[in-house]
Design a binder for this molecule. Structure first.
Ligand SMILES: [Ca+2]
Ligand SMILES: [Ca+2]
Ligand SMILES: [Ca+2]
Ligand SMILES: [Ca+2]
Length: 564
């Protein structure tokens, strides 16, 4: 029923739009009929008899000189796709608009709309086939998997490893690299088992991701709205806080003679190698052992102190230590996450076990896993889905291998963020995967020798929960202001805005002008801070204007139609 309505409005809208494009409408048009469908294609058709004044016909008159909206990219291939099910598709649309205004053209795709030509042996393969095509033919960069297990497919990969400490681990959890490494031969030997080491492909191919992938494992529209609200704050209200970070450690292991080994050493080597100077002035360190606290000028980690620190406007948390289904660290439980009151959401990067698994429950690393009930999310999921917490969680769907994989990944991830200045968290995530084996990393007391097996395992358990296109703040950003007219009228026109930072005009800011269902135009500010778009509106409707530039907070303003 709902589908039929959408189709009805769409075809009627195209009919009107086509008539306008052909320029035959002129004075013979019937403004009443146009007004029924024109306002954003919303479902108030036939309601204008009792809903305010009729829209003046000039809002639907084609330009007498034949000019149309210039450089409209509304129907161009997007850089990011949000893949979701029918139930959550509407909830994701405002998020796609927000990211488009922030310079990442984004579209929502329902899994049910994937053309049958991409059909695979199961839903995960169908989705992978579709993404591969969009990467090859559409310039796709980012994939946001917009749903929990049961809503958006995932690929389980079986794995087993013996580690130098004598333990053995098995995993059969989601490997999100299935949607990132879309060119890898996931079942090269055609035995129906995906991602078998060397039988299907090896570590060299595992390093080669084509797409940056993240998952926001939402089950409800409210969880999608929570995520949107946090991303808005993260992108918008950061000036003054961008270069702050919180470092958290647990006891990594307890060795004979030496005693407790604090994972802080792994954090410190990465922090020292890659975090820029302003981060060193504003860091807070909460470490597990008194020895590490003394050595690195840290305070002892305990839940009350960790909670206060997380609520102190910190956009980046770096943790090395332990986790499980219900625990992100030894101090941060799922209930702890739900009880947070932080106003500024953060990126949380960790090598913990299991707390990034959105599909399974595992009480210990090697016990049998059970499918997750929708309301039994892991701690990492709640971090991303709750009203507070953060915008991203980097963790693991299985056992994290710490000093023989997870620590090296985070080391290379932060190289991607701070040294390579990669523009998004998803691309830094892929950089971390590509470089974790190559980049030198060592610790005093723990074996840090990675093998093909430990690298292979790590590629498959790593997960990014969150939007892969989000930038990670690498400095304290500038605030921008956008000066625009308050209203606009009908007919072909040029709308100019002025962008300033600290009162001075700012050049090279990307400005996106967007009118829902009509146009999206991008322009870059000149030396006077001015950017403009030339368009002919197809009926009245608000125009949203977003402005972003590297090192600047996102800002948005709007222009409304001048109606009687
Ligand atoms: Ca196989
Ligand atoms: Ca095989
Ligand atoms: Ca879940
Ligand atoms: Ca859930």
């Amino acid at each position: 029923m709902y589908h039929n309505q959408i189709k009805y409005y769409l075809s009627f809208f195209l009919l009107i739009a086509g008539a306008c494009d052909n320029g035959h409408q002129g004075t013979h048009g019937t403004p009443d009929a146009q007004a029924d469908v024109a306002p954003d294609g919303s479902d108030d058709a036939g309601a204008d008899a009792d809903a305010g004044p009729v829209i003046p016909p000039e809002w639907f008159t084609p330009d007498p000189l034949g000019r149309t909206t210039a450089d409209n990219r509304l129907d161009a291939p997007p850089q990011m796709l949000i893949l979701t099910d029918d139930a959550l598709a509407e909830a994701w649309k405002p998020y796609a608009t927000l990211r488009s205004l922030d310079g990442v053209p984004t579209a929502v795709v329902r899994l049910s709309e994937i053309p049958s030509q991409f059909a695979g042996v199961d839903d995960a393969q169908t989705l992978q086939n579709y993404l591969r095509d969009r990467w090859r033919n559409g310039g796709l960069r980012f994939v946001l998997l917009g749903g929990d297990a049961g809503r958006v497919p995932y690929r389980r990969v079986e794995n087993a490893i013996f580690v130098p400490t004598g333990e053995s681990y098995v995993a059969d959890g989601p490997s999100e690299s299935y949607f990132a490494n879309v060119e890898a031969p996931w079942d090269a030997d055609e035995d129906g088992r995906f991602g078998e080491q060397d039988e299907d492909f090896g570590v060299a191919t595992a390093r080669e991701a084509q797409l940056a992938v993240g998952r926001v494992p939402a089950d409800t529209a409210a969880e999608v709205a929570n995520y949107l609200n946090k991303v808005f704050v993260y992108r918008h209200h950061m000036p003054g806080y961008g270069a702050r970070s919180l470092l958290l450690s647990d006891v990594a292991s307890t060795l004979p003679v030496i005693g407790d080994v604090d994972a802080a050493e792994g954090i410190e080597s990465t922090f020292g190698a890659f975090f820029p100077a302003p981060f060193h002035q504003q860091v807070q360190k909460l470490y597990a052992t008194s020895a590490a606290c003394a050595m690195y000028d840290a305070e002892p980690a305990e839940p009350g102190v960790v909670k206060t620190a997380l609520e102190s406007y910190v956009p980046l948390v770096f943790h090395n230590g332990h986790g499980s289904h219900r625990w992100m660290t030894n101090d941060i439980s799922r209930d702890f996450v739900e009880g947070l009151g932080n106003e500024l959401p953060s990126v949380f990067a960790s090598c913990s076990c299991l707390s990034g698994n959105f599909a399974d429950v595992a009480s210990t690393a090697s016990s049998p896993w059970e499918p997750q009930a929708p309301d039994n999310d892991s701690a990492g999921e709640r971090w991303v889905l709750g009203a507070r917490g953060g915008v991203a969680y980097l963790g693991n769907t299985g056992t994290g291998l710490g000093p023989i994989g997870g620590s090296q990944f985070l080391h290379a991830f932060f190289e991607g963020v701070f040294d390579r200045l990669l523009p998004s968290i998803g691309e830094a995530f892929n950089h971390g995967r590509a470089r974790m084996r190559e980049l030198p990393f060592s610790l005093s007391y723990l074996n840090t020798v990675m093998t093909d097996d430990s690298e292979w395992w790590t590629h498959h358990v790593l997960i990014l929960l969150g939007d892969p296109s989000l930038p990670v703040w690498t400095l304290d950003p500038l605030a921008l202001t956008v000066e625009a007219p308050t209203v606009y009228g009908p007919g072909w026109q040029t709308l100019a805005v002025t962008v300033r930072s600290g009162g001075a005009p700012r050049a090279n800011v990307t400005v996106t002008f967007r009118k829902e269902g009509d146009f999206e135009v991008t322009a870059v500010t000149d030396a006077s801070g001015v950017a403009s778009a030339s368009f002919i509106p197809r009926g009245p409707g608000p125009i949203r204007i977003g402005a972003h530039a590297p090192g600047c907070a996102f800002t948005e303003t709007g222009v409304v139609p001048d109606l009687p």
